[in-house]
Write a protein that binds this ligand. Structure first.
Ligand code: SF4
Ligand code: SF4
Ligand code: SF4
Ligand code: FES
Length: 946
């Protein structure tokens, strides 16, 4: 697929059902009511000249280039702001219109630098193009009068420039920032000739509210807002459609290239998850793929204290296989295992679990979803019958009430966050349950109806209290429950939540949320129309993560908010392919498609397919692998695209386990923290260098496409094949499409999926099978996947992690927009300009009690460990609660998180740690040691490279 310019219809698509017929330039055309004449003409293949209109934002009607004539009417209305009407007859090209357009264009051109030949937008500029379209051949006013040609450029943003001399004040950027992104960072300041686009109060972009989403750059018809990469490299000449490799929103992009050089990533208008929008990470922070830190040659070493030695791929693979075979011969079949990556493709993840189950002969495979959304899998499967969210993102357009709990969409899932904000600006009501005042609580033109600032660790008590109100005030949708749920489970649950001990008044002391707020929020959720729940790691990463997921599912079932657009239970998945890695059988107890390894029929199916006997016993989870390593029974690990030393809880425990192993194989782009304890390093390849699919938070399977050759020589799936072959278990695939064919053949919910179908449809939401050949946007319509909905009793059991005199504050963690997880990618881009270090947010009262001032170094201590970072004093957090991000390895928030975990899935309790804070003089001893160690590692690697 190679396209640079997508069609711009000038104004957004009308979703009206009623159709209207009109005549444009002699041709009859029928379009939905509400369509602009400009768009109707475009539909008929007749492009009306335009400058201020673009189909990503509402029409504004300022440039007057798109004038038309309508028979029987005076004047020349703008076609972008004039909607179609039944029976009208429109003319788009008359002598009068031509003359008027030329006049308009003349005015624009007379105040334009006209350095087209050296302009970065040469050949990609709408002003240039439209000047040609209207046939402008001379400018009567000359170029000498007042103009803006010497205006100063703003180059403060690391990714794009603002050159006011080229601005035609069309306001497309301002509208994009408001309507698409919802940040309202731009205004048109001044009047008439003095009008100019201005970030904030005439600030520089870098210091303004701008979040660098790039929507304004994309909307700009000239070179006024322009990617620096285009200025450096030149305009792109071909492109491929691919999918962002950062978060679970799964934005689709055009990777625009010049030769084999990536010029820019442009969000794809037909992308069904993002509809042409993006955030700063996917749009701009792709430079890590070319970063000099990337390791491109395999390396091995006998001991982790030895320097790395670069070797050939053959030697590295042979050494891997011989070590794994040696360990298994000495310590048994179960002494090795693998970890799949939620950053890698479905096909790669499938292969790693297949290698472990069929090649290693055990089920010791696990994934990072263990540490994020495993409770979603458990909770939604138990209640609804399937381990995934119920809606597509478009569903939010039909929501009347949005309930966000334990998620921060504007930072964690920014493109969906913008979508949600748009719906809220249209009038949907909002409930936010979060210990912290996240942006959604109050941002431009948005204010939550209810913010429930609960204490970390009390989700179950809060959601059960909401259920108490719904049941005791009889706000239940009885018809839905009767028809769709197991009545006995509903009755038991209703009796349970109705107990007085679950009332908002009784739970107020536990949750810290005033009872009246809980009551009002429950009434709004139950009676406000279509109500949708969105949740994130603030729900799952708790010792009761699975219980909260089930409590949420109960709430949706009791109020009938499931099985249609606008409602549902929607986990906001973190990593780009965390849904896919779970679907592909990355857990030790499940084959692809969430079928238990002990199920005879499924096991037989895979035994036949893979040609070997398979182990009916579930394998080890990551924490158990590490325990077994310390015990001396688990000694070899293949880690593909994960950094467990940095991202898993209780870092000391993880490192202890890794150090105890005899052969740790890390496959990654960079020498990550886990590689510090590895014996073999296999270079990984970036999403730009391989083919495959990712599955986003909506269950949407989307293609990633190779736009350049793998810099390390092999795609990750090919490396897994080589290891398998060297281990004596040969797998035979020539392309990831063949792996997908195998997945489809063995997994009922994927049976209709193929690369060929993805090529035609663009993306597919599973289940995709005979009943749903084009996929399933909304699940559980008519009946639940499990048949009837299953209500589950959700007893609140407080975490064992308690505050007390030694550790009186509760630490909770999260992430910010510009960085991503442990920062391995984003720290290697200019995104670090916005977040150079992790800071500890602390309420002014708690800070004052401890003599801490804004910016001071503080020591953060828990029962597990200590770390130092600088304080940020803010009332975004409540007294008694502190908060930090975990993007920088030298902070390692996980040094202080405990090893408490979800009772059902072992998902670690990252969101609740009892801590104490005291002033400190700088980094802790271990942080300094860590820094030394990192420098040493870097030096050893550099020496090896020389
Ligand atoms: S980059 Fe995004 S946030 Fe910044 S001004 Fe442009 S549209 Fe607004
Ligand atoms: S910066 Fe671009 S989009 Fe914004 S007003 Fe100027 S020309 Fe239009
Ligand atoms: S929202 Fe997520 S998927 Fe979309 S561009 Fe940003 S990081 Fe990528
Ligand atoms: S495109 Fe219609 S007025 Fe500018």
């Amino acid at each position: 697929m190679s396209l640079i310019h997508e069609i711009d219809y000038g104004t957004p698509l009308s979703k009206a059902e009623k159709m209207v017929t009109l005549t444009i330039d002699g041709e009859r055309i029928t379009v939905p009511e509400g369509t602009s004449i400009m768009r109707a003409a475009m539909d008929a293949g007749n492009a009306i000249p335009k400058l201020c209109a673009t189909d990503s934002v509402e029409a504004y009607g300022s440039c007057r280039l798109c004038l038309i004539e309508i028979e029987g009417r005076n004047g020349t209305p703008a076609s972008c702001t004039t909607p179609v009407q039944e029976g009208i007859v429109v003319k788009t090209q008359t002598p009068r219109l031509k003359q008027l357009r030329k006049g308009v264009m003349e005015l624009y051109i007379s105040d334009h630098p006209l350095d087209c030949l050296t302009c970065s937008a040469n050949g990609d500029c709408e002003l240039q193009e439209q000047a040609g379209v209207v046939g402008l051949r001379e400018v009567r006013y000359g170029y000498e009068g007042d103009n803006h040609i010497v205006s100063k450029k703003d180059e403060s943003n690391p990714y794009f420039t603002y050159d006011p001399s080229k601005c035609i004040v069309c306001s497309r950027c301002v509208r994009a920032c408001e309507e698409v992104q919802g940040t309202f960072a731009l205004t048109i300041s001044g009047r008439g000739f003095e009008s100019r686009v201005s970030p904030g109060m005439n600030e520089a972009f870098i210091t303004s509210e701008c979040v660098s989403c790039g929507a304004c750059v994309q909307a700009c018809p000239t070179a006024t807002l322009m990617e620096k990469s285009v200025i450096d490299i030149g305009t792109p000449e071909h492109s491929k459609v691919t999918t962002c490799a950062y978060c679970g929103v799964g934005c689709t992009f055009k990777a625009e290239m010049r030769g084999d050089e990536l010029v820019r990533m442009v969000p794809y208008k037909d992308g069904k998850a993002n509809h042409g929008h993006s955030c700063v990470k996917g749009r701009f922070a792709y430079g890590y793929a070319q970063h000099r830190d990337r390791i491109l040659k395999p390396m091995i070493r006998a001991k982790i204290t030895d320097p790395w030695r670069e070797v050939s791929w053959e030697e590295a693979i042979e050494y891997t296989a011989s070590e794994f075979k040696r360990i298994q011969a000495k310590h048994g079949r179960s002494s090795i295992g693998g970890i799949t990556s939620s950053r890698c493709t479905n096909e790669e993840t499938y292969l790693v679990q297949k290698l472990v189950r069929a090649g290693f002969g055990n089920n010791n495979v696990d994934t990072c979803a263990r540490v994020c959304h495993s409770p979603t899998g458990y909770g939604l499967k138990t209640t609804f019958g399937t381990s995934a969210g119920t809606q597509d993102f478009d569903s939010v357009d039909y929501s009347d009430v949005i309930f966000v709990i334990g998620a921060n969409p504007t930072d964690g899932h920014p493109v969906f966050g913008s979508r949600m904000k748009k719906r809220l600006r249209q009038g949907a009501r909002l409930i936010v349950a979060d210990p912290r005042r996240i942006d959604l609580v109050k941002s431009p033109h948005i204010r939550a109806d209810h913010h429930l600032p609960l204490k970390p660790g009390t989700n179950v008590a809060l959601v059960t209290a909401l259920a108490h109100v719904i049941v005791t005030e009889d706000l239940v949708d009885h018809a839905f429950v009767r028809e769709r749920a197991y009545l006995d489970t509903f009755n038991d649950w209703a009796a349970f939540v109705a107990e007085e001990r679950h009332s908002p008044e009784a739970t107020e002391l536990v949750t810290g949320v005033p009872a009246n707020l809980v009551r009002e929020a429950a009434r709004l959720y139950a009676t406000g129309g279509n109500a949708a729940i969105y949740y994130g790691l603030g729900v799952t990463e708790h010792s009761q993560g699975s219980t909260t997921v089930m409590a949420i599912a109960n709430l949706a079932m009791a109020t009938g908010n499931i099985g249609r657009e606008g409602v549902g239970v929607n986990p906001l998945r973190g990593q780009n392919n965390v849904q896919g890695s779970c679907d592909m059988g990355s857990f030790p107890h499940e084959y692809p498609g969430y079928r238990h390894v002990s199920q005879d029929d499924t096991r037989e199916l895979f035994e036949k397919l893979w040609g070997v006997p398979l182990d009916p016993e579930p394998g080890l989870r990551i924490p158990n692998m590490l325990d077994a390593a310390v015990d001396g029974t688990f000694l070899g690990l293949y880690v593909q695209g994960e950094d467990i030393a940095q991202s898993d809880p209780d870092a000391k425990h993880v490192i202890g386990g890794l150090k105890a192993m005899e052969c740790v194989v890390v496959q990654d782009l960079f020498l990550n923290e886990t590689a510090n304890y590895a014996h073999i390093f296999l270079p990984g390849c970036s999403f730009l260098e391989k083919d495959g699919t990712f599955t986003n938070a909506e269950r949407r399977i989307q293609r990633i496409r190779k736009v350049m050759a793998p810099k390390n020589g092999y795609a990750d799936w090919e490396v897994t094949l080589m290891i398998a072959k060297a281990m004596g278990y040969e797998m035979d695939y020539n392309h990831p499409s063949e792996i997908m064919d195998e997945i489809a053949g063995a997994t009922p919910s994927f049976s209709g999926v193929s690369f060929a179908k993805l090529e035609t449809l663009g993306s597919i939401q599973w289940p995709c099978n005979e009943e749903a050949p084009e996929g399933t946007p909304t699940m559980h319509i008519g009946e639940f996947v499990r048949g009837k909905g299953n209500f589950v009793i959700t007893e609140y059991v407080g975490t064992d992690e308690k505050v007390g005199p030694r550790f009186p504050l509760l630490l909770t963690t999260g992430r910010i927009l510009s960085q991503y997880n442990v920062g391995a990618q984003t720290r290697r881009t200019e995104n670090s300009r916005w977040h150079e270090e992790d800071r500890l947010e602390i309420h002014p009262i708690d800070a004052e009690d401890r003599g801490v001032r804004d910016g001071d170094w503080v020591m953060l201590r828990s029962r597990a460990g200590e770390t130092s970072l600088r304080a940020l004093i803010t009332d975004r957090v409540a007294p008694g609660v502190v908060y930090t991000t975990f993007h920088h390895p030298n902070t390692q928030a996980n040094v202080i998180t405990t090893d408490f975990s979800d009772w059902a899935t072992n998902c670690p309790e990252y969101k609740v740690t009892a801590v104490q804070i005291s002033p400190s003089n700088g980094p802790s001893a271990w942080q300094e040691e860590y820094e030394e160690h990192s420098q040493l590692s870097r030096r050893i690697t550099a020496e090896a490279a020389e």
